[in-house]
Design a binder for this molecule. Structure first.
Ligand code: KIV
Ligand code: ZN
Length: 513
């Protein structure tokens, strides 16, 4: 079979390995609304180290006392990752990094006309001098140095090459190409990276922002053009729309491109969840790789396929286990009997064909009402359906009920049942709608059976006012027979009446037996 993907990769001159530079604790912390305590930064740094990132950009030490303390503490942890501090091309910034004893100083200066004009306010020649002086100063202190020409993607290309060559001469160990405002598209990023790779001898790194949602494709395009290191952030955090997402870049490199990284991919979900919890920035369920739905299947067609071979509706070369996730078959309006039955089997239920069909129908009905059916909901529905007396053995059936309740109106209910070939009705009041409905049910049965309600348990399975309610009742008849009945519905009154009817059917069956 001709694989377009393989053919495309054959045309690329890919590196065998790419280094992962994580900026979650620096650019990531610049996400609007995010501010981490020293302890939180330390926890994330430990997790990044466990994940296997090559470099942790721990912070911008000059920016605050707390930041400097955090960077110092991360350095003192003695992690395996290289610890980097950010500095402008200023002596005091560099000194703040050196004071933290970082393994690497990342120094940057704006190089685009617009940024030079409005931020540094120097001539382009002076900017080159400042960059060279900064790199020289860092290297004089025996510390490796990464240089970034900020806004590189909007910088005049000849000037960009020149400043990078000058800092290389001054001793910079690695050059970074920042797409600071995320304006690149993959072919352009490829050209830009290719040009820099051609003009400098030291390794090239890239830092892409996600303003147009292209940070990951641009980062990958840079690797195609020879970048040996990529700057990424967990959950794609960072200024504005964020940076290239670590999980997406790593899994694309490893699983699609076949390029090695040092990331222990099985910790990706764990890392993403920790960062989500500590930063308070929620990841949407449909987020690739780490989102709740990344390996969830709902429709009948998909679940059927996945149950026979997961590769039918998953990439195959990326599995949930590889990233520390789990595969889920979820139920909703697109559910099919096949998928629902598989879920039930996993939960330990052994439904008959008819029961599986009824459970699936109930799931679909809930889905049609706009409800997502969780695993706990499905469990409750299955318990109720499987707990029912078989249709042919049922003595009693609920035909209909009505409850009226209000502020001043006393809750009043009437219930209609079919009992063998008769129709029974009853009406009564109660302290609330459930009580009224159950009293009405007892009224309808008064000439047949005086049943006592020994226990009544109500559980809301999921949150929200439309949660599925599971009602479990314990009944005792005049002869001392005890039976339990259960039902699960989004309406508490329906669930209560159905649970009673289910319990009564059990009592009648016991008597028959
Ligand atoms: O986006 C950017 O240009 C940066 C630099 C500091 C590298 O974050
Ligand atoms: Zn940035």
């Amino acid at each position: 079979m001709f694989s377009v993907l393989e053919a495309a990769k054959k045309e690329m001159d890919l590196p065998s390995e790419v280094k992962i530079f994580d900026t979650t604790l620096r650019d990531g912390e610049q996400t609007p609304g995010v501010s981490l305590t020293v302890g939180e930064k330390l926890s994330i740094a430990r997790q990044l180290d466990k994940l296997g990132v090559d470099i942790i950009e721990a912070g911008f030490p000059i920016s605050s006392k707390g930041e400097r303390e955090a960077v110092k503490k991360i350095v003192k942890e003695g992690l395996s990752s290289t610890i980097c501090g950010l500095s402008r091309v200023r002596k005091e910034d560099i000194d703040a990094c050196l004071d933290c004893d970082v393994d690497l100083v990342h120094t940057f200066v704006p190089t685009s006309d617009i940024q030079i004009k409005h931020t540094v306010k120097k001539t382009k020649e002076e900017v080159v001098e400042m960059a060279v002086d900064a790199v020289t100063y860092i290297k004089e202190h025996g510390v490796p140095c990464l240089f970034s020409a900020m806004d590189a993607s909007r910088t005049d290309i000849d000037y960009l090459i020149r400043i990078n060559q000058e800092v290389e001469k001054a001793g910079a160990d690695i050059i970074n190409i920042p797409d600071t405002v995320g304006v690149m598209i993959p072919p352009a990023m490829k050209i830009l990276t290719g040009k820099i790779v051609e003009k400098v001898k030291i390794p090239v790194d890239v830092h892409c922002h996600n303003d147009f949602g292209l940070a990951v494709p641009n980062t990958l395009a840079a690797v195609e053009a020879g970048a040996q290191e990529v700057q990424v952030a967990v959950n794609g955090l960072g200024e504005r729309a964020g940076n290239a997402n670590l999980e997406e870049v790593v899994m694309s490199l490893v699983s699609i491109y076949g390029v090695k990284t040092n990331i222990k991919t099985e910790y990706l979900v764990e890392t993403s969840r920790l960062v989500e919890r500590l930063t308070g920035i929620k990841i949407p369920p449909n987020y690739p790789i780490v989102g709740e739905n990344a390996f969830a299947h709902e429709s009948g067609i998909h679940t059927h396929g996945v149950l026979s071979d997961t590769r039918t509706f998953e990439p195959g070369f990326m599995t949930p286990e590889m990233v520390g996730h789990r595969r889920r078959i979820v139920s909703g309006k697109h559910a099919g009997v096949h998928g629902v039955s598989a879920m039930l089997k996993e939960m330990g239920f052994k439904p008959t064909k008819a029961q599986a069909a009824e459970i699936t129908q109930r799931v679909k009905d809930l889905g049609d009402k706009g409800k997502t059916v969780t695993e706990a909901d499905l469990h409750a529905i299955a318990t109720a359906v499987l707990g029912q007396v078989a249709k042919e053995e049922k003595t009693l059936d609920l035909e209909d009920y009505v409850v009226v309740t209000g502020n001043r109106i006393h809750p009043t209910a009437s219930v209609r049942l079919s009992f063998k070939d008769k129709t029974l009705s009853g009406a009564d009041t109660g302290v609330g709608p459930v009580d009224a409905a159950l009293n009405a049910l007892r009224q309808a049965l008064k000439d047949i059976e005086d049943v006592a309600l020994r226990e009544y348990r109500l559980e809301a399975i999921t949150g929200g006012s439309d949660a599925i309610a599971e009602v479990i009742v314990k009944l005792e008849d005049s002869k001392g027979n005890i039976a339990t009945g259960s039902a699960a519905r989004e309406d508490i009154v329906t669930a209560s009446v159905e649970a009673m009817v289910s319990g009564l059917n059990r009592i009648f069956l016991t008597r028959k037996e």
